[in-house]
Every structure is written in structure tokens, then in C-alpha cells.
Design a protein around this ligand. Structure first.
Ligand SMILES: [Ca+2]
Ligand SMILES: [Ca+2]
Ligand SMILES: [Ca+2]
Length: 327
């Protein structure tokens, strides 16, 4: 007996703790007051020994009593069985214990039997992963720059927990964002193409040729005037109008109006630059004929000629009389 005690005493001073591994159960020998024993992520500390060999202990901050008379006691999830106690004093003893810590995922301790894969609740995950439902889920991104779907019609963000890329479709018609949502067109959003083929540019004007060039619509006037979805050539006549050189329908002119071409006139006759072919002379009162058949102008002309003849005859007779006297 003395030999055994001496042996254990030596072990105590050497501070040597021996343990046997048996699953989650280990045997610790040579323990003493203020010594600790760790098992499966939990730490036992012996605080005091009573003369009746009961142990006052602490397991991860929780105090408890290990009853020497009981087969085993539990303190804060650790099962403690006393094998031997050589009591020397309250603060000094030689103690052998068998400790067991049943693995329990979620108890906050990463126990020996637990790994990141089996219990990330207690053991955590790698840096780029997050423990979700006790499973390590790799985070898809750490910033927006990690998310790019090369689609200008989505807003790319990195969000959530665990973080993942979210691509939100753009629906608003906004100029300059490189996106043309399906509900937008070239008028509501400058990013939209006007056309992809000539038919997209049809303006329902028969006097234009519409084409699509580099996704932009081009419209070339052919010259002419449109009417009832038909393009009439320049100078064409339709009822009271003709198609002018400006490709506009213009009313045709009445008799006496200035003209260049026949089609400009309602009677289709432009002569001497007038519609109808002759000037319309407005007759005045002085030009009206009386019952004698002579106009007033003619009468005045005759009277003036008569007076001139009388005066000429008078001067001629006077001249002959003066010549006769001188002879
Ligand atoms: Ca655990
Ligand atoms: Ca995008
Ligand atoms: Ca846009």
C-alpha cells in the first residue's frame, strides 16, 4: 500500500496526467486541487476536496459537486466518475477520475468527434462559407464586383446571408444605361434600336422610301404628293388641285390668273402667262359708244383736228394777204 502511495505521490509532483482514450471517455490519474482536465472541448477544474472525498469542481464556469458515493455525477454536460481519492487535505489530494463528454452539436464546444462538416454550429466553417442549418454553405460573392452576368439589362448585387449574386431585371426606360427593356422603344429610351429591317421604318407615306441603316430609320422623299395612299407625281392634277414642285397639293387658278403651265389653270389653258389666254380689260365710261357710233374720245379727236385745220387755213389766208400787199 505504501509503495502504491509513493508511486502516486511521485506522479503528482511530476505533474503527470495519464489518460486512456475510450471513445468520448477518458481516465485521468494524478489529478489534484486546482488542476484541470480537458475532454472533448470541455474543461474540468477541481476546486476542493471534502474529508468525505466529495469533490467540488467547475466545468467551463459552472460549479458542481461530484458525490463520492455515487457511481457518476454530471456537471455542465461532463459525466464524472471517481476512481480513487487519496485525501491528504482539502487543498491536496491524489485523485483519479473517469470523465466522459457525450458529443452534443450545438453546445458551443467543438468536441473531438465534431468537425466543420458534421457540426459547423460548434466548429464553424472556412472563411468563404457560412453555417446555415448546420451545413457550411459557400458564399457566392464578397462584393458586387464578383457578380457580373454581362447582361446590361440586369442590376447586379451581392447580398443576403450567405451572400450570393442577385441579378434584378431592369424594366424602366432610362437613357444611357445600355439597356432597352422590352416595354421601351427608341422614343422612350435612347438605348433602343429604331429598327432591324426596312419594314420597321414604314411611315405610311407612299411618297417616301423608308430603310433601316445601322439600326436607324432613313426616309427619302421621292417627290410627289400623296392622296389616298397613292403617291402622285409632280404636276399631276386631281380635281381642283395640282401637285406643285414643292410636292404640295395647290388649288388650280381661275381665269385671268397668272400661270406658267396649263395644269395650273382650272380650264387647263395657260396662254400669254394668263389662265384663259387673254387679258380682261375693264371698260370705262369714256369708252362707251353713243347712238352716232362714235365714242367720246373719237369726238374730241375729230373736234381737235377741225380746230387745227381752221387755224391753219386762217394763218394761210393771212399770209397770202400780206404777200399780196408787199407786191
Ligand atoms: Ca459540440
Ligand atoms: Ca448585369
Ligand atoms: Ca435604357
Amino acid at each position: 500500500m505504501m509503495v502504491k502511495k509513493l508511486f502516486l505521490f511521485m506522479l503528482l509532483f511530476a505533474g503527470l496526467s495519464l489518460f486512456l482514450v475510450s471513445g468520448l471517455t477518458k481516465t485521468f490519474e494524478g489529478l489534484n486541487v486546482n488542476k484541470t482536465a480537458e475532454l472533448n472541448g470541455k474543461t474540468l477544474k477541481i476546486l476542493r476536496v471534502s474529508p468525505s472525498f466529495d469533490l467540488f469542481v467547475e466545468v467551463d464556469g459552472v460549479n458542481g459537486i461530484v458525490d463520492y458515493g455515487k457511481k457518476e455525477s454530471e456537471v455542465n454536460g461532463m459525466i464524472i466518475s471517481i476512481l480513487t481519492v487519496d485525501y491528504i487535505g482539502p487543498a491536496y489530494a491524489d485523485i483519479s477520475l473517469e470523465l466522459a463528454v457525450p458529443s452534443k452539436c450545438g453546445d458551443g464546444a467543438c468536441n473531438l468527434s465534431e468537425t466543420k462538416q458534421s457540426c459547423c454550429k460548434d466548429c464553424g466553417c472556412n472563411k468563404d462559407s457560412l453555417c446555415v442549418g448546420n451545413v457550411c454553405v459557400k458564399e457566392e460573392c464578397d462584393s458586387i464586383s464578383a457578380c457580373n452576368d454581362n447582361n446590361s439589362c440586369t442590376i447586379d448585387t451581392c447580398e443576403g446571408s450567405p451572400k450570393k449574386c442577385v441579378y434584378s431585371p431592369i424594366t424602366a426606360c432610362v437613357n444611357g444605361d445600355w439597356c432597352c427593356p422590352t416595354s421601351c422603344n427608341s422614343k422612350s429610351d435612347s438605348d433602343c434600336e429604331e429598327c432591324q429591317k426596312d419594314e420597321d421604318c414604314e411611315d405610311d407615306n407612299p411618297c417616301t422610301i423608308n430603310s433601316c441603316f445601322s439600326n436607324k430609320c432613313l426616309s427619302n422623299l421621292t417627290g410627289g404628293c400623296q392622296l389616298n395612299n397613292t403617291c402622285y407625281q409632280l404636276n399631276a392634277v386631281s380635281g381642283e388641285k395640282y401637285c406643285s414642285e414643292k410636292s404640295e397639293w395647290v388649288f388650280r387658278k381661275n381665269l385671268g390668273a397668272k400661270c406658267i403651265q396649263n395644269y395650273e389653270c382650272l380650264d387647263n389653258n395657260c396662254s400669254n402667262s394668263l389662265c384663259g389666254g387673254r387679258r380682261i380689260v375693264v371698260e370705262t365710261e369714256t369708252d362707251l359708244l353713243d347712238s352716232s357710233g362714235l365714242s367720246t374720245t373719237s369726238k374730241i379727236l375729230i373736234i381737235n383736228v377741225g380746230v387745227i385745220l381752221i387755224l391753219a387755213t386762217y394763218y394761210f389766208v393771212r399770209l397770202r394777204k400780206i404777200e399780196a400787199k408787199e407786191e
